[in-house]
Design a protein around this ligand. Structure first.
Ligand SMILES: *Cc1c(COP(=O)(O)O)cnc(C)c1O
Length: 358
């Protein structure tokens, strides 16, 4: 039986996007960022598809453990590092690489007594003001990391870009400058670019890039879609028409009766709602693909359903296929109608939506 709503994952597209990133950033190693359940695409299936990545990046220890339990042997980097001695011990047991971004994490390493030798990415804050050692504290952190009783297997440096998605903003160039000023003399392997840095700022890559969104075929830039960057959307959020309704002119539709039919209308009811991760803030007029037609959302998003206006369109019936986003309706086009960005829509696909890995 075909499920009413499902996230269809195109593994060929995923592989093609990794290849595309490698061609955009020749010579760079790629840390494939798979946090937040692979941006909603499924942590383990994504990692298993991208075994040729040089490493995987996750936000939380638990995500790293899931990868190890699934038999992933590649380097896995905890992008936020660890928060306690127990977590550090677990990271060692699971052979997870760690980011060290603040003082307390240095202390944890200094009091770590086991024989494991960590690979560490020292994170430098060059302007994001979120995680990382401020430039003036880098020397001290570096000294302490080099003086550890348990020598590190590897010490590398990284920073994160705050505005790389703005092609004509010079903050990225300044961040790179601050990074170089703080780290260059150590001559360590460096990682700078996220997706936007990788595509828009050749000087903001470092020898390791850390793409997330672009792997999934989606553009980090507001004015460009993934296809323009040579990427292929990986997820199709597919659903089905549950019912067709003929609504006379003037009648309200959905909770709150906030939308009224401006004329005698034919509506399709689709199995997709905020219970599936479609934001309730999605506005009337948001595009939805039904059959081969892009049609507007009408009325409020409810938990399990939405309604769309299919008036005058032939061939739409109960059972007709629909897509909330996918290659034919890029998620970049949908996100503005929920006043959000594609990242949030992809990560927001809920637990009850089955993944169909192709
Ligand atoms: C999430 C994340 C990335 C990936 O960012 P994208 O914009 O999705 O490419 C890279 N680096 C770090 C530290 C991150 O947290």
């Amino acid at each position: 039986m075909k499920r009413l709503i499902r996230a269809v994952i195109d593994t060929d597209a995923l592989r093609a996007n990794l290849a595309r990133i490698r061609s955009v950033a020749p010579g760079c190693k790629v840390m494939a960022v798979v946090k937040a359940n692979g941006y909603g695409h499924g942590l383990v299936p994504v990692a298993k598809t991208l075994l040729s990545a040089d490493a995987f990046g996750v936000a939380r220890l638990e995500e790293g453990v899931v990868l190890r339990d699934a038999g992933i042997g590649q380097p896995v980097v905890l992008l936020e590092g660890v928060f306690s001695a127990e977590q550090l011990t677990e990271a060692a047991a699971q052979r997870l690489d760690i980011v060290v971004h603040e003082e307390e994490q240095l202390r944890l390493l200094e009091s770590f007594g086991e024989p494991h030798r960590f690979s560490v990415w020292l994170k430098i804050d060059t302007g994001m003001n979120r995680l990382g050692f401020r430039v003036e504290h880098v020397d001290d952190a570096m000294r302490r990391l080099r003086a550890l009783r348990r020598p590190l297997a590897d010490l590398r440096v990284m920073t994160h870009l705050s505005r790389a998605d703005e092609r004509d903003c010079d903050e990225t160039a300044q961040q790179v400058q601050r990074f170089e000023a703080a780290a260059a003399r150590y001559g360590l392997v460096a990682s700078i670019g996220n997706s936007a840095g990788t595509f828009a700022w050749p000087t903001a890559r470092g020898s390791w890039v850390r793409p997330g969104l672009s792997l999934y075929g989606v553009s980090p830039f507001a004015q460009e879609e993934g296809a323009a960057l040579g990427l292929r959307p990986v997820m199709t959020l597919a659903s089905t028409v549950l019912a067709i309704r003929h609504v006379p002119k003037g009648e309200p539709v959905g909770y709150g009766g906030t939308w009224r039919a401006p004329r005698d209308s034919v509506l399709a009811v689709l199995a997709a709602g905020y219970g599936d991760g479609l934001p309730r803030t999605l506005e009337v007029g948001a595009p939805v693909l039904v059959g081969d037609h892009v049609v507007p959302l009408v009325g409020r998003v409810s938990m399990d359903m939405i309604t769309v206006d299919v008036s005058g369109l032939p061939g739409i019936a109960v059972g007709t296929a629909a897509e909330l986003w996918g290659p034919r309706l890029p998620v970049e086009r949908v996100a503005p109608f929920a006043n959000t960005i594609p990242y949030e829509l992809l990560c927001g696909v809920s637990q009850r939506v089955p993944l169909e890995i192709r």
